[in-house]
Design a protein around this ligand. Structure first.
Ligand code: IDP
Ligand code: MG
Length: 156
């Protein structure tokens, strides 16, 4: 089934100049980047995005990191895109991530927060995150005709 997932290069990935390398890895795996953006997040959208973590002691560190620089939100599609992207990324802690995964190759192995990339963890959350970051109402498995020029005008 054609799936949609929400991917976001985090500030450490942008600062390390990894945007093109990550885009290439996503495309080489056969996925399509439907929408691509560069922007700074604000505290409100981040607290929504990480609502499962706002009460954790490390949340202020995570928030300051995520707001520290530009991020690259992407809407990615393809067969098995949600799980396939999680595999390409590797596990949350870069120290546990295998070589050849994005986090394994580029994440900070001494600091779990700096793991370069976000990817939705379920089909349902992917749609919620796509709505949150791109204001699009998608359905998994359905074709959608993306009007890229509209989105570019909307977000820049
Ligand atoms: P995920 O990004 O692999 O889905 P989540 O548990 O949703 O992992 O956590 C979101 C992000 O919060 C992680 O990618 C990482 O940047 C940060 N994070 C998760 N757990 C910790 C922790 O124990 N200490 C510090 N930062 C963490
Ligand atoms: Mg997560």
């Amino acid at each position: 089934m054609k799936e949609y997932t929400y991917i976001m290069i985090k500030p450490d990935g942008v600062r390390k100049g990894l945007t093109c390398e990550i885009v290439k890895r996503i495309q080489d795996k056969g996925f399509k980047i439907e929408l691509f953006d560069v922007r700074k997040l604000n505290a409100d959208i981040l607290a929504e995005h990480y609502s499962h973590l706002v009460d954790k002691p490390f949340y202020p560190t995570l928030r300051d990191f995520m707001l520290s620089d530009y991020v690259v939100p992407m809407l990615v599609s393809g067969e098995n895109a949600v799980l396939g992207m999680r595999e390409l990324m590797g596990p949350t802690n870069s120290a546990d991530a295998e070589e050849g995964t994005i986090r394994g190759d580029f994440g900070n192995k001494s600091f779990v927060t700096e793991n370069v990339i976000h990817g939705s963890d379920s089909l349902e959350n992917a749609l919620i995150e796509i709505k949150r970051f791109f204001d699009l109402d998608l359905t998994q498995g359905e074709e959608f005709n993306f009007n890229k020029s509209d989105k570019i005008l909307e977000f820049f």
